[in-house]
Unconditional design. Structure first.
Length: 645
């Protein structure tokens, strides 16, 4: 039960002829699946579950470690596969029957495989971290140099870039605001999930899929673990917003035309079968990787074999539905299943398996009570719940089947958990498994301590101490320590600033120490504005940028003194900044070594030096940073320890 990005493909695709042949193959496979459904050739009466675990690799400084291929080769296990980022890996767990001790068996295999990966990684100075989004990840980690060097990823990136025709602008607003531009699909590598699979009967697929859609929001609210990106506090589950924008292929269109994204929740309930999903994917989205060795599905059917439907699986693997309909083959018998892609990785394996137990139990419990959920609930209600849960987590106001609106926490306690107990009992899950994992969810919901809330509360507790980089490092180190202890997140104590280790982890690069909160002026502003900014903020230099955010100059306190020295009648309000600023000022890059950057500041006797990336002004390093780092270097030489502030 695996569906990694794009799956394996053959040689680089050609032009229109390849696309036409691939599209024709897609149509043939859809018709073949239609025939199989009509003839009753899809497995029924069997319930299986499975899961996929995505993870981050981090170095000794708790930053992304792009060594996935090295770890993959050393572990040498078919359960382990690559993802798009060279600091990501994925484990595919074995499918197993839905019943008995299935959840404890799932957790045991997950811990065993993760233990092997972690052991190999530790030998190389690397660790494994389970997180929806790695707190220490930076935009500089998302270059193509950190993409896994495999043909399918490069071709996927090229195909998406060609379709959208320009860099992608990311905009997410939460407690803070994030607005960045990026030029590749590598932003997808920010995300890691725990994907759960449920095999269902073909005749009940539509209702089961609709139930999965209804549950996406309420279950996600109980499991959020991704509140941060690039140090900004955004959504309770920021992965949802990031992933949709990371692989968006749309170009600007007329406001009256609806063009759907390739990452989608969907727009309507299913009416009859899985075919509706596949037909929509083919109709709405052009193939991104239109080449594969195709075996005619009708020849396989005529020979009494299950066709692999390779083209269909490849194409639907590049349309990222939050609940995906999947076709697969087990022991030569074809089946259909639902893949839940909503849940984040972490905070611990027991939390993840508990989330799976909740979702799977409610899937069964609701299906028993509601044989046609689409007749009882408006689709927009399910979609609205999903967005609200991603934004606000347990505090989201959600609407349930009867139309009553309540907070997600109350919905979970009064409806989801009782249904989950009922559903797991119905399929024969052992009482011990059922009680253990659903109790993990219940304690998390009652305490309100999801992974997201733990991170935000930890940051709030560290407010005013250390630098932003220190706080992100300490948060990541604390997550890793608590994961190794393997206690559910509901029991976690808050992260402490000193958990990040020595100062050398936090001040390696300029990006970790620079300030991003500073005032700028434009060339045609009056010098009086500069004088007042200096006075109000107690600074000795003010940066000058143009309308596109490019650094064009700097005005120093000395320049103002020289101007005032002309005489007492100088009118600062009539003089433009352009007349006094220094053009082409010295600047540094965010990935420059901190010690080297501070040497630039000291050797040129500068009060501050701007930080520029791709021509854009993004930060400022001041003499305050110099004094702070110099103090840490001195303490290290004296054998002291870095203070917490």
């Amino acid at each position: 039960m695996t569906s990694s990005v794009g799956n394996d493909v053959s040689e680089a695709s050609g032009g229109g002829q390849d696309r036409r042949q691939f599209t024709h193959a897609l149509l043939r496979e859809v018709h073949a699946l239609d025939r199989m459904l009509a003839d009753g050739r899809i497995e029924s009466g069997v319930r299986r579950i499975g899961a996929e675990q995505e993870m981050f690799l981090v170095d000794r400084n708790w930053k992304p470690a792009p060594v996935a291929l090295e770890i993959l080769d050393a572990v040498d296990d078919p359960h382990l596969v690559t993802e798009v980022g060279a600091f990501n890996l994925e484990l595919n767990l074995d499918p197993r029957g839905f019943g008995g001790d299935c959840f404890s068996a799932m957790e045991a295999q997950l811990n065993e495989l993760l233990g092997r990966v972690r052991s190999v990684a530790n030998e190389r100075g690397v660790d494994v971290l389970l997180a929806g989004i790695l707190p220490t990840i930076r935009t500089s980690d998302l270059g193509l140099s950190n993409m896994v060097d495999k043909d399918r990823y490069h071709r996927l990136n090229a195909a998406i870039s060609n379709l959208r025709g320009t860099d992608v602008d990311f905009y997410i607003k939460g407690i803070d605001e994030l607005r960045i531009r990026h030029d590749s699909v590598m932003v997808e590598a920010c995300n890691a999930s725990f994907q759960v699979h449920l095999q269902v009967d073909p005749e009940t697929f539509a209702n089961q899929y609709n139930i999965a859609q209804l549950l996406a929001g309420p279950v996600l609210a109980c499991a959020t673990n991704s509140p941060l990106l690039f140090g900004r506090r955004l959504w309770a589950e920021t992965r949802i917003a990031v992933f949709q924008q990371a692989v968006d292929t749309r170009r600007p269109t007329h406001h009256m035309r609806d063009v759907g994204p390739r990452v989608t929740f969907g727009d309507r309930w299913l009416r009859s079968s899985i075919l509706e999903l596949y037909r929509e994917d083919i109709s709405r989205f052009p193939p991104l990787l239109p080449d594969i060795k195709i075996t005619d599905p009708f020849e396989s059917l005529a020979a009494g074999k299950a066709p692999d439907l390779a083209a269909l699986r490849l194409h639907t693997g590049t349309v990222w539905r939050w609940n995906r309909g999947c076709y697969g083959i087990s022991d030569g018998v074809p089946h259909v299943r639902i893949e839940n892609r909503v849940l984040p990785a972490g905070p611990t394996t027991i939390d993840e398996v508990a989330n799976a137990a909740l979702w799977l139990g409610v899937m069964v419990g609701l299906a028993e009570r509601h044989p046609d959920i689409a007749a009882e609930v408006e689709f927009e209600q399910a979609k609205s719940n999903f967005v609200a849960a991603a934004r606000q987590g347990l505090g989201a106001p959600l609407t349930w089947i009867d139309g009553e609106e309540m907070f997600a926490s109350r919905l979970a306690l009064e409806h989801l958990l009782p249904l989950a107990h009922e559903g797991l009992t119905a399929v024969g899950v052992d009482d011990a498994d059922r009680e253990r994992y659903l109790d993990v969810v219940e304690r998390r919901v009652r305490s309100g301590n999801t992974g997201s809330r733990w991170m935000l509360h930890s940051l709030a507790d560290m407010r005013g101490r250390g630098t932003p980089g220190q706080r992100m490092t300490s948060l990541t180190a604390a997550m890793a320590a608590r994961q190794r202890a393997d206690r559910p997140v509901a029991d976690w104590t808050l992260a402490q600033l000193d958990e990040g280790g020595g100062w050398e982890h936090d001040f390696l690069k300029v990006e970790q120490i620079m300030t991003t909160d500073f005032q700028t002026v434009h060339e045609d502003d009056p010098v009086s504005l500069v004088a007042n900014i200096m006075d109000w903020n107690r600074v000795r230099q003010v940066l000058v940028e143009d309308g596109n955010g490019h650094l064009v100059g700097i005005v120093s306190y000395r320049a103002l003194l020289k101007l005032l020295a002309r005489g007492t009648m100088v009118d600062l309000g009539s003089i433009a900044v352009a007349e006094v600023m220094t053009r082409d000022p010295v600047y540094i890059s965010p990935d420059m070594d901190t010690v080297r950057a501070l040497d630039v500041l000291r050797s040129r006797t500068l009060a501050a030096v701007p930080v520029v990336h791709n021509g854009q002004l993004i930060g400022l390093v001041t003499e305050h940073h110099y004094m702070a780092i110099a103090g840490q270097l001195l303490l290290q030489e004296l054998g002291g320890r870095m203070p917490s502030s």
